[in-house]
Design a protein around this ligand. Structure first.
Ligand code: ASN
Length: 308
């Protein structure tokens, strides 16, 4: 048998430095959330339901005992059920997500078919409360990395700025009017620090503003210098009638969300706010690497063959 042509990592690449930075960032996330008294849950990988998302992806379905299971795209529904069931202040999960992105994404700098998001949900929280927690988290993680990884950042030629609170907040409707549909990238190129964009028309679980139909109490966190979106989240709708109406408005099948909707019908879901922070996207920013595959050991880049 002929040996395969193996593309070895060159020894002078930056991966070991990047993973030292990642290790420090992950430790500081856990330290911070532990200090905030949040409870860590294990990830869910397989479930009959997962996030329907707003952009098209190819569904990965697996049949088991005649039942159709999907790989997790996000743990949103499990988060809502967990926060109501456990009765704790907040939860977090280092959640592996699989999203088979469609479209011409070969050139994608920030997409991976398989990635990890830090998924958080806070019971009874409002959008500003969640946003403040995330600002504190980002400042803590950046400060720890800057202090503990001085040598690594130096070799990577990264001058890491520690942002100050409060982060700028922009409304997506105003930005779209000013910059057109590519507003996220354009404003990310212009900004110097992380910032928020609010009010996106999105999945049925994000809370619709009860006073302004079509507007949402949700937010994305963006990194500057063109790095773009790293977190999305929102306050949640949790009442049965509202969830059902929004599922129907989106032409989705309510029977698909049967068990989740049953929780809502029995009044078992509670108000909450949360979001998910892309770990690889954050590491990409901390190490100022243009391509997300360059901070990943076994990258799965949409549109390319998977090797390992
Ligand atoms: N995890 C996100 C949230 O909590 C959802 C997502 O990743 N699509 O809102």
């Amino acid at each position: 048998m002929h040996g395969l042509e193996i593309e070895r990592f060159s020894t002078d690449n930056h991966l070991s430095l990047i993973f030292r930075i990642q290790t420090e960032a992950l430790k500081s996330i856990h330290d911070f959330l532990h200090e905030m008294d949040l409870v860590q849950l294990m990830p869910v990988i397989l479930s009959p339901i997962t996030d329907p998302l707003t952009h098209p992806v190819h569904d990965v379905r697996i049949s088991y005992l005649g039942q159709e299971l999907q790989l997790t795209k996000s743990m949103i529904f499990h988060k809502q059920i967990a926060i109501a069931t456990l009765g704790v202040k907040g939860i977090y999960i280092m959640s592996p997500n699989v999203r088979f992105e469609l479209g011409a994404l070969e050139e994608s700098e920030k997409h991976l078919l398989e990635f990890t998001q830090l998924d958080i949900e806070l019971q009874g929280a409002t959008a500003p409360e969640f946003m403040l927690l995330m600002e504190n988290l980002i400042i803590h993680v950046f400060s720890q990395v800057k202090e503990s990884c001085e040598k690594e950042l130096d070799v990577l030629d990264v001058d890491l700025c520690i942002p100050s609170k409060p982060f700028n907040v922009y409304n997506s409707w105003n930005l779209r009017e000013k910059y057109g549909s590519d507003f996220g990238y354009k404003i990310s190129m212009r900004e110097k620090d992380p910032f928020w964009i609010t009010d996106f028309e999105r999945e049925f679980y994000d809370k619709e503003d009860p006073h302004r139909r079509g507007h949402y109490i949700n937010y994305d966190l963006y990194f500057p210098e063109g790095f773009g979106e790293v977190l999305s989240g929102g306050e949640r709708d949790y009442e049965y009638k509202i969830l059902l109406r929004k599922i129907q408005e989106r032409n989705q099948d309510p029977t698909h969300f049967e068990h989740y909707l049953e929780y809502a019908k029995q009044g078992l879901l509670v108000p909450s706010a949360g979001g998910g922070l892309g770990i690889e996207r954050m590491i990409r920013f901390l190490t100022k690497k243009k391509l997300i595959k360059d901070i990943t050991l076994f990258p799965k880049v949409p549109g390319t063959r998977i090797v390992l």
